[in-house]
Design a protein around this ligand. Structure first.
Ligand code: AMP
Length: 214
């Protein structure tokens, strides 16, 4: 059965790190809409031009645009074999659209990574990404472990934009938990732990969903 997983959680919850780790360990496609948009901005495409101002302000790119991007991405062969979605859906409209994109062959597992606001603000303030390849660095290294590039603060991790992103998350994305939580494939994990512990909880949550499906 293909594993299809959605990672929910606020900015700074560690979704990206956990999504990458889980996808790598299971040979799944990791689909990060934030990374896709940042790449488009870096390449100066039409999409990147449209998205940049919204991202810099901590606002969301329109549902239509995001749904189109994800629909196209999920049709690629690597994603058909299974995927981890990181950063999508971010609105209830996107969640409805995702349900329509998927056939009923495999369950959509939804993991909510729960982290208190104080931790998020602290983590986002300290977060650094590689200027060259976009890798998100864990605390510690001074240069990118993947390509040796310079680590810098993400444009939208400044204090003011973080406040706006958390506000937008509360209004637009928190309702996703209500949308999904009645499903038997929904699990919440405590994201306020060291990454290894969060990863172990995610693996256990996925195993329990797949066990229930048998
Ligand atoms: P992220 O890296 O997931 O924090 O995303 C960075 C920024 O990209 C967000 O603050 C939004 O401006 C935009 N973005 C990423 N994913 C979505 C989405 N599913 N819907 C709308 N905007 C998005």
């Amino acid at each position: 059965m293909a594993v299809r997983l959605v990672m929910l959680g606020p900015p700074g919850a560690g979704k990206g790190t956990q999504a990458e780790r889980f996808a790598r360990s299971r040979g799944l496609a990791r689909i990060s809409t934030g990374d896709m948009l940042r790449e488009a901005v870096q390449q100066g495409t039409e999409l990147g031009r449209q998205a940049k101002a919204l991202m810099d302000a901590g606002r969301l790119v329109s549902d239509d645009v995001m749904i189109g991007i994800v629909r196209e991405r999920l049709a690629r062969p690597d994603a058909v074999r299974g995927f981890v979605l990181d950063g999508f859906p971010r609105t209830v409209a996107q969640a409805h659209a995702l349900d329509e994109m998927l056939d009923d062959d495999s369950p959509l597992i939804v993991i909510d990574v729960d982290v208190p606001d104080e931790t998020l603000v602290r983590r986002l303030g300290a977060r650094r990404i590689c200027k060259v390849c976009g890798w998100t660095a864990p605390p510690g290294p001074l240069v990118c472990e993947k390509c040796g590039g310079e680590l810098v603060q993400r444009r939208d991790d400044g204090a003011e934009v973080v406040r706006e992103r958390l506000r937008v998350f509360g209004n637009e994305s928190r309702p996703l938990v209500d949308f999904y939580q009645q499903r038997p494939t929904f699990r919440s994990v405590d994201g306020d732990q060291v990454p290894e512990a969060v990863a172990a909880d995610i693996s256990a949550a996925v195993a329990s969903v797949l066990g229930d499906q048998r």
